[in-house]
Design a protein around this ligand. Structure first.
Ligand code: F6P
Length: 323
C-alpha cells in the first residue's frame, strides 16, 4: 500500500479533525501518501480528492466540524455512483481508505469493498455513541458536555420561575446522549427510544399538577423517544392538564459543534492511528474502536448489525435520585 484516502461522512462530530490529523500523520510516519476526500462519498464520486501533507493538518486538533466536510451521499447508494467513485480512486492511485463516520458510512465502505475490492478501515465518528464495537464514539463526550452546560443554564431559569422544562437532546435511535446528559444534569426523568411505555412515568409525575411536584423539574427527552420528541410530549400533557405551563428547549445542532474535549481528542488520535496501522497490516472491513480502554478491531458487519445496549443501571439511578 503506497497511498491511502481519508474522508468524513454522515453527521459530523467534534474530534473528526483530530482523527484526520492522526490518520495523515500516522501514514506519513510510515512512508505512505495520503489524499483527503472532500464531502465523504460525494467527493469521491465528484473526484474532489487531493493530497494532504503533515502541514495540511496543523492546528486542527482543537477545531470542531471537519476540514474535509461531510455529506450523506444518495448517489453512492447506487451501483453507478460507486463505480464512478472507484474509477476516481483508481485514477488517483488510492489503494485503501480510512472512513470516519457511523453506521451508514461503514455500510457504504463494506459494499464498496465487496464490489470493487478497495480495502477500508473505519473510525467511529458520531455524537450518538450508538456503534457496537466501541465503548465511546468520537464526539460523544463533547456532545454530552455541551448538553450539560446548556442544561445547567436552563436549571437556573427553571429554578427562578419554579417551572418544568422538557429539554430535547439528539439521538434519533438511541438514548446515550439523553442518559449521560440527564444524569450529569440532574434530570428528574429521562425519556429514550430504547424504553417503551414511558408516558405513564410522565403522567405519574405531573398528573393533576399544574406545576412540578418539586420546586422545579428538568425532563430530558431524546429526539427519537416513542412520543416523537419534547414538543409532542408537552402538547399531549397540556391537553390533559390545561393549566400546566411547562417550557420546551430543543438543544439541536449545538451538540454537534464546538471544540472537542480532551477525551475526544485522545480517543480520535488513538483510533485514527489504529485505523491506518490496521490498513497497513492488511486488514479491511473493520472498525477501530475502544473497548475497556484497549483498541480493538470489529468487523463492519458486527458494528452495523449489532445494537449496543444501554446500561440499564443508569436508568435505575434516575429513579433512585428522584426520591
Ligand atoms: O447521527 C448524528 C445526529 O446528530 C443525530 O443525533 C441526529 O438525529 C441527526 O444526526 C441529525 O441529522 P442532520 O444533521 O442531518 O439533521
Amino acid at each position: 500500500m503506497k497511498r491511502i484516502g481519508v474522508f468524513t461522512s454522515g453527521g459530523d462530530s467534534p474530534g473528526m479533525n483530530a482523527c484526520i490529523r492522526a490518520v495523515v500523520r500516522t501514514a506519513i510516519y510510515n512512508g505512505i501518501e495520503v489524499m483527503g476526500i472532500q464531502r465523504g462519498y460525494q467527493g469521491m464520486i465528484e473526484n474532489d480528492i487531493d493530497f494532504l501533507t503533515s502541514r495540511s493538518v496543523s492546528n486542527i486538533i482543537q477545531r470542531g466540524g471537519t476540514i474535509l466536510k461531510s455529506a450523506r451521499s444518495k448517489e453512492f447508494m447506487t451501483p453507478e455512483g460507486r463505480s464512478k467513485a472507484f474509477r476516481n480512486l483508481k485514477e488517483k492511485g488510492v489503494d485503501g481508505i480510512v472512513c470516519i463516520g457511523g453506521n451508514g458510512t461503514f455500510t457504504g465502505a463494506k459494499l464498496f469493498f465487496e464490489e470493487h475490492g478497495i480495502p477500508s478501515i473505519g473510525a467511529p465518528g458520531t455524537i450518538d455513541n450508538d456503534l457496537y464495537g466501541t465503548d465511546f464514539t468520537i464526539g460523544f463526550d463533547t456532545a454530552i458536555n455541551t448538553a450539560v452546560e446548556a442544561i445547567d443554564k436552563i436549571r437556573d431559569t427553571a429554578d427562578s420561575h419554579g417551572r418544568v422544562f422538557f429539554i430535547e437532546v439528539m439521538g434519533r435511535h438511541t438514548g446515550y446522549i439523553a442518559l449521560a446528559a440527564g444524569i450529569a444534569g440532574g434530570a428528574e426523568l429521562i425519556l429514550i427510544p430504547e424504553k417503551q411505555g414511558q408516558w405513564k412515568d410522565v403522567a405519574a409525575m405531573f398528573a393533576g399538577e399544574t406545576k412540578s411536584p418539586k420546586a422545579f423539574s428538568i425532563v430530558i427527552v431524546a429526539e427519537g423517544d416513542e412520543e416523537g420528541g419534547a414538543i409532542k410530549i408537552v402538547e399531549r400533557l397540556t391537553k390533559e392538564i390545561p393549566d400546566f405551563d411547562p417550557r420546551v428547549s430543543i438543544l439541536g445542532h449545538i451538540q454537534r459543534g464546538g471544540s472537542p474535549t480532551a477525551y475526544d481528542r485522545v480517543l480520535a488520535s488513538r483510533l485514527g492511528n489504529a485505523a491506518v496501522e490496521a490498513l497497513l497490516a492488511g486488514e479491511t472491513n473493520k472498525m477501530a474502536g475502544l473497548v475497556n480502554n484497549q483498541v480493538v478491531l470489529t468487523s463492519f458487519d458486527e458494528a452495523i448489525n449489532n445494537s449496543k445496549p444501554l446500561n440499564p443501571g443508569l436508568l435505575k439511578l434516575v429513579d433512585i435520585f428522584n426520591c
